[in-house]
Design a protein around this ligand. Structure first.
Ligand code: ZN
Length: 253
């Protein structure tokens, strides 16, 4: 069994990641991380793909096919399964993760800081502004890691997606947002590996020249996938990410 940190970089288009995330490429060249490119599920929208990454099921099966607020929380996410097995769970993430896993409607005053072992994401720092700084999100995650010793920790920065919507995938603004996340990974990832975590870094969907991610195009769909600190095979599809984390965590049901 191995503890897992999933870094889900919202809106991380594969080509820009490969160009600008030179720290992650250095890990690959050094044999510390392994890498592939995945096609995002359709539609390549955030909420449906969060649901797929957390359950292993496609949007047509989860029923989460758009970004509208959900009418129910998802059953059977990796957080539900980890909790049922007695593992500690934590997330520094956009509040949609709380809506998908913990409870709806999201009540910011109640839910922004969540600390309840009965919730699937038991220890949560959920931000509500899409402009929440990525540096703060990583620090939130690191604080949760040190305070709560989670077996499963989600780190979910939004700055890349926000830059993409504002300026498009071909802009220096977008590339700088991706470089910033690479710098944050360079600051945090060595310590996480030293502590024995398996670290997964990926995106939910890409970004196109118009600053959108809706279409069935390579720019909207292709995301990078890196895994460091574990020897299991890397997945060939976003469907397999939840199952991979289950195996790493030793989840049996
Ligand atoms: Zn977006």
């Amino acid at each position: 069994m191995q503890n897992v940190i999933l870094v889900l970089v919202d809106g991380l288009e594969a080509g820009t990641a490969h160009r600008c995330m030179s720290y992650m490429s250095a890990l690959t060249e050094a044999g510390i991380a392994r890498h592939t490119t995945l096609d995002a599920e359709l539609p390549p929208l955030s909420r449906p793909i969060y649901a797929t990454l957390l359950t292993g099921l496609p949007p047509t099966t989860t029923g989460v096919t758009g970004n509208d607020p959900p009418i129910a929380t998802l059953p059977g996410t990796i957080f539900h399964k980890a909790c049922r097995q007695g593992l500690r769970t934590a997330a520094a993430a956009f509040f949609w993760m709380s809506e998908l896993c913990n409870r709806i409607p999201f009540d910011a005053a109640r839910d922004r800081f969540s600390n309840d072992p009965n919730l699937p994401i038991s220890h949560g720092l959920f931000y509500v502004s899409e402009s929440y700084p990525d540096r703060e999100c990583f620090l939130d995650a690191e604080a949760l890691r040190r305070m709560c010793s989670p077996h499963l920790l989600l780190v979910h920065p939004m700055g890349v997606d926000t830059a993409g919507h504002a300026c498009g995938v071909r802009s220096s603004v977008y590339r700088d947002a991706v470089r910033h996340v690479d710098d944050l990974l360079a600051a945090h990832l060595p310590g996480w590996l030293e502590e024995g975590f398996c670290v997964i870094v990926t995106g939910d969907h890409g970004m196109d020249e118009e600053g959108r991610h809706h279409d069935a195009t390579a720019l909207s769909r292709q995301v990078p996938f890196w895994m460091a600190g574990a020897s299991l095979p890397i997945p060939a599809s976003q469907h397999h990410v939840a199952g991979l984390m289950e195996k790493l965590l030793g989840i049996t049901s």
